[in-house]
Design a protein around this ligand. Structure first.
Ligand SMILES: Nc1ncnc2c1ncn2[C@@H]1O[C@H](COP(=O)(O)OP(=O)(O)OP(=O)(O)O)[C@@H](O)[C@H]1O
Ligand SMILES: [Mg+2]
Length: 519
């Protein structure tokens, strides 16, 4: 295909003649000769045309990574195209309150800088390939072409492009709406207009102020994040990719997911929620991670369920415990049914801190789990997961944050009692928050606090009963095991005795036969 930018500059009659020759060319020149013809055509154009063309593609590095320059130029051009382009694309803007118009495909606009005129073209090249399954796959590659007179080459390259990138970056930051991304199944990657990630605007209201946890721990995390976000120079100096790993662990409902939202809001980052079970293999994982932008939090929730990372430990447990063995069998059958991905532990480790991880920067990687002991130590060692944060059951300091958020109170007569009860009970912040939340307009803070005291008592009672039941089960199991061991010892003893008797009777027979022989 001839590029739009190349044809620019041809006027009226030349254009008509060109169209005529183009139609003849398509009809009579066989496809295998077109590559040669086009090569010489371009050479000729370059020779006679006074224009210089620069191409900016959407993807760089063999099509693996999105080009920052392309996005920045698109931002810059969107500010010009509203007034100048004939066909525009409309996208919803920040908070969906208005529309942002940008240049549609195959459009051109003119720009002027320090008295020099340049033209921009938006192009798209669609290629059709055959997949391994015989399906026809369309691949769209977009690019911009900048065209200007060769006498301005120096100025455009040295000054104008700098100006475009600077302005485009500023526009991008101003218009930036934070997004929550989720990965698409790789089967859809190559179909028409489907990207590796889908996104929706990210509007989670959680902040560190509303997060209930130990204030000292919270301050520590905030300081760590600030140091990281300002650390570009430092990371370069020490030779480390500019990224930081967080492992959030703790029982359900203790605020792990809420903490991720708070981190993203605190740093003003996007969130990439990576669903590992839909990633086919390690190479796809790499491609997905390369397609993420900087200033983002990459999240893998419930890492213990996403991958078979617990093999070794599981084997040991299986020997110990029959019931868990059955449970594991059920789980592995379910996983087989779900056609688990072939992402391996080493693939994941490579993607986090192998050579590939340095290809993009300013990223926070967060793993969450309910069972930290099940994870392979290699996965969570410092350097990979630099910061291990335990999200624990609700204690008094965390409760005070919830009381302030949910009921707008900072003191109450029952606070001391609640403090004592929280120490004796394991109740998650999610449960405390739910109990504190007024359920109707008639419910006031006093009523909600009293309800919490009552719930804490009930929880304590429940926990006591549960502990007793557990103890009973444990004793029964021990008794069963003891009985089984005794039965086995008894069985062994009987077998040995029978064996002994048999040998003795054999010996007796032999002796009898010998005696008969002598006689
Ligand atoms: N520490 C907390 N501070 C404030 N709110 C919390 C906290 N923990 C839980 N919540 C409340 O409980 C709800 C559930 O919490 P969240 O989803 O963050 O828990 P989680 O630890 O991710 O649980 P899971 O392990 O089941 O994924 C949240 O929407 C939030 O309202
Ligand atoms: Mg969660």
């Amino acid at each position: 295909m001839l590029q739009t930018g190349v044809i620019w500059g041809l006027t009226g009659t030349t254009m008509t003649s060109f169209m005529f020759f183009w139609a003849m060319y398509k009809q009579f020149v066989p496809p295998h000769l077109r590559a040669y013809v086009e090569r010489y055509f371009y050479k000729m154009i370059r020779w006679i045309s006074p224009n210089v063309h620069i191409k900016f593609t959407e993807y760089t590095d063999e099509g693996l990574k999105r080009s920052q320059a392309y996005n920045t130029i698109r931002n810059y051009l969107s500010s010009k195209s509203t007034a100048l382009a004939k066909r525009l694309k409309a996208n919803e803007s920040k908070n969906s309150k208005s529309l942002v118009l940008s240049m549609d495909d195959h459009q051109e606009i003119e720009d002027e800088f320090e008295g020099v005129k340049v033209k921009w073209y938006s192009n798209v090249k669609v290629t059709q390939t055959q997949s391994n399954y015989g399906r026809s796959i369309s691949d769209e590659r977009r690019y911009f072409t900048l065209t200007f007179h060769r006498q301005h080459r120096g100025m455009v390259i040295e000054t104008y492009l700098d100006h475009v990138l600077r302005e485009g970056k500023a526009i991008g930051l101003k218009n930036r709406e934070r997004k929550l991304y989720t990965n698409n199944s790789s089967q859809d990657w190559y179909s028409w207009r489907t990207a590796k990630w889908s996104n929706v605007p990210f509007h989670h209201p959680a902040t560190f102020e509303t997060l209930a946890m130990d204030p000292l721990k919270k301050e520590g995390i905030k300081k760590d994040l600030i140091k990281f976000s300002k650390g570009e120079e430092y990371y370069r100096k020490v030779g480390k990719p500019w990224k930081r790993g967080y492992l959030l662990f703790g029982p359900p409902g203790t605020g792990k997911s809420t903490m991720i939202a708070a981190i993203a809001n605190f740093l003003d980052y996007d969130v990439y929620d990576l669903e590992l079970t839909t990633v086919k293999d390690n190479s796809e994982l790499k491609k997905l991670l390369l397609d993420t932008s900087g200033k983002s939090v990459i999240v893998i929730e419930d890492i213990d369920c996403s991958l078979e990372l617990t093999g070794q430990r599981k084997k040991k447990k299986e020997e110990d415990d029959e019931e868990e063995k059955k449970e594991d069998e059920k789980k592995s059958k379910r996983e087989k049914d779900e056609k688990l991905s072939k992402v391996t532990l080493s693939g994941l480790l490579n993607s986090i801190d192998g050579l590939w991880s340095a290809c993009s920067s300013e990223k926070i990687i967060v793993f969450t789990t309910n069972f930290v002991d099940k994870l392979d130590p290699a996965l969570i060692r410092r350097g990979r997961m630099d910061n291990h944060v335990e999200m624990s059951y609700c204690k008094f300091e965390a409760f005070k944050v919830l009381a302030k958020n949910y009921l707008e109170i900072e003191t109450h007569d029952l606070f001391e009692e609640i403090e004592r009860k929280l120490e004796e009970t394991d109740m998650s912040p999610a449960d405390v928050a739910e109990t504190l939340m007024p359920k109707s307009d008639e419910e006031d803070a006093d009523l909600c606090i009293k309800r919490l005291v009552k719930t804490l008592e009930e929880e304590k009672e429940k926990a006591k009963k549960l502990a007793e039941e557990e103890e009973k089960k444990k004793t029964e199991k021990e008794a069963r095991n003891k009985k089984k061991a005794e039965e086995e010892t008894e069985k062994k003893k009987t077998e040995e005795e029978e064996k002994k008797k048999k040998i003795e009777s054999e010996e007796k027979k032999v002796k009898g036969a010998e005696a008969n022989g002598i006689n």
